[in-house]
Design a protein around this ligand. Structure first.
Ligand SMILES: *Cc1c(COP(=O)(O)O)cnc(C)c1O
Length: 359
C-alpha cells in the first residue's frame, strides 16, 4: 500500500485512522453481523450511529439547543435552492458575491425572489473578500447570505458581517470544523461533507428553530426543512454510510482535541505554506493576505508550462491533485483537517527543490 498526500479540493483526504476503523468494521459493524451499508436505516444500530454523529457534532461545534442538525442529500447545490424556497418569506435577500459558489446560489435564489448583491469581488477575479458596508444591507431582508470559505480562490471571511435581526446564512462547505465559530451568530449553516467531514453524499444543515416554518405547499416535500426536522432526517432513507463516516470523523476530531486544537494545526499548516510563498522567487500566492484561507491555498509561477511541469513532477513524488481550478489556473493545495503537517512540509520541500531547478 502506498498512500499519497492528496491535495484535492473535494472529495478530499480522510484521516487514515478513520479509514482503518471503517475497514475493520466493514463486514460486521459492532457485532450486528452486517455492514453499515446493509443495515435498515430504521434499525436500532443505525439509530445509534446517527444519534452519536449528531451529538458529537453538537459537542464539537458547541451548537445551541435551539438549533436542529439535519443530514440531507443533494449536496451544497441543493441548499442553493432550499435556502430561498424555505427562508424567502418576504421575497428578498442580501447576498455577497465571492465566487462561483455564491454566484450559483444567487442565480438559484433569483428564481424565487429579489436578490440584492450587496458586494462583490468579481472585478478582482475574487482574490479578496469585498468590504461590506452595513449601510447597504437591506433592513427587511429574509436573510443575508455568505460563503465563508471560497474553495476555488482560497479566500475566507475573517470577520462576520453584523446583520442585526436578519438571519445570517452561510455556505461552510469547505471550512466547517476547521476553526472555532460561534454558531449562535448564524441563522443557518450548511456544508457538503466531502471537503472536511466525510465522503460525498450527505450535506449537513444547522438551522435555528424559528427558521423552520411551513413553506408554500407547492415546495416539493423533500425540499422542506420542516419535514426533515420533524422526521429526524429520516423522512426517507438517508445517506447512511456517509453519515456513519462523518460520525467517525467527528470521533477522530474529538479524540484529537476538538476544533480549537485542529484550528492550531490548520494555522500552522497554512503558515508553513504561506511563509514559503511570501519568500519564494518563483511561486506566488494569488490572494490578498488579509483574506487568505486556511483550507485552500492557490499559487502560480506565472508561467503556464512551468505550472503544468510542477503539477506533473509533484504527482510523481506522491503529492497529487495540485492542479488549480480552471477559473484561477496554476496550482491549489487544499489542506483540510485530514492533511497532516508532514504533507504540507513535503509539499514545501518539493517546491524548494523545484524552484532551485527551474528559476
Ligand atoms: C464544493 C462546494 C460546493 C458544491 O458542493 P456539492 O456538494 O458538489 O453541491 C458548494 N459550495 C462550496 C463552498 C464548495 O466548496
Amino acid at each position: 500500500m502506498n498512500r499519497v498526500y492528496n491535495f484535492s479540493a473535494g472529495p478530499s483526504m480522510l484521516p487514515e485512522e478513520v479509514l482503518k476503523i471503517a475497514r475493520d468494521e466493514m463486514l460486521d459493524w459492532h457485532g450486528s453481523g452486517m455492514s453499515v451499508m446493509e443495515m435498515s436505516h430504521r434499525s436500532k444500530w443505525f439509530e445509534e450511529i446517527i444519534k452519536k454523529a449528531e451529538a458529537d457534532l453538537r459537542e464539537l461545534m458547541n451548537i445551541p439547543s435551539n438549533y436542529k442538525v439535519l443530514f440531507l442529500q443533494g449536496g451544497a447545490h441543493m441548499q442553493f435552492s432550499m435556502v430561498p424556497l424555505n427562508l424567502m418569506k418576504k421575497g428578498k435577500a442580501d447576498y455577497v458575491n465571492t465566487g462561483v459558489w455564491s454566484k450559483k446560489a444567487i442565480s438559484e435564489a433569483r428564481k424565487y425572489g429579489k436578490v440584492n448583491v450587496i458586494a462583490s469581488s468579481e472585478e478582482s477575479n475574487f482574490t479578496c473578500i469585498p468590504e461590506l458596508d452595513p449601510k447597504t444591507f437591506s433592513r427587511n431582508a429574509d436573510y443575508f447570505y455568505i460563503t465563508t470559505n471560497n474553495t476555488i480562490y482560497g479566500t475566507r471571511f475573517t470577520k462576520l458581517p453584523d446583520t442585526g435581526n436578519v438571519p445570517l446564512v452561510a455556505d461552510m462547505s469547505s471550512n466547517i470544523l476547521s476553526e472555532v465559530i460561534d454558531v449562535s451568530k448564524f441563522g443557518l449553516i450548511f456544508a457538503g461533507a466531502q471537503k472536511n467531514m466525510g465522503p460525498a453524499g450527505v450535506v449537513i444543515v444547522i438551522i435555528r428553530d424559528d427558521l423552520i416554518t411551513d413553506t408554500n405547499p407547492e415546495v416539493p416535500t423533500m425540499l422542506q426543512y420542516k419535514i426533515h426536522a420533524e422526521n429526524g432526517s429520516m423522512y426517507n432513507t438517508p445517506p447512511c454510510f456517509s453519515i456513519y463516516m462523518c460520525g467517525l470523523v467527528f470521533e477522530w476530531l474529538k479524540k484529537h482535541g476538538g476544533i480549537s486544537r485542529i484550528q492550531k494545526i490548520n494555522e500552522e499548516k497554512a503558515a508553513i505554506l504561506y511563509d514559503f510563498l511570501d519568500n519564494s522567487e518563483l511561486f506566488k500566492g494569488t490572494v490578498e493576505k488579509k483574506d487568505r484561507s486556511l483550507m485552500n491555498v492557490p499559487f502560480v509561477t506565472g508561467d503556464k508550462e512551468l505550472d503544468a511541469k510542477f503539477v506533473k513532477e509533484a504527482a510523481e513524488k506522491g503529492l497529487v491533485n495540485l492542479k488549480g481550478h480552471r477559473s484561477v489556473g496554476g496550482m491549489r493545495a487544499s489542506i483540510y483537517n485530514a492533511m497532516p503537517v508532514e504533507g504540507v512540509k513535503a509539499l514545501v520541500a518539493f517546491m524548494k527543490e523545484f524552484e532551485a531547478e527551474n528559476k
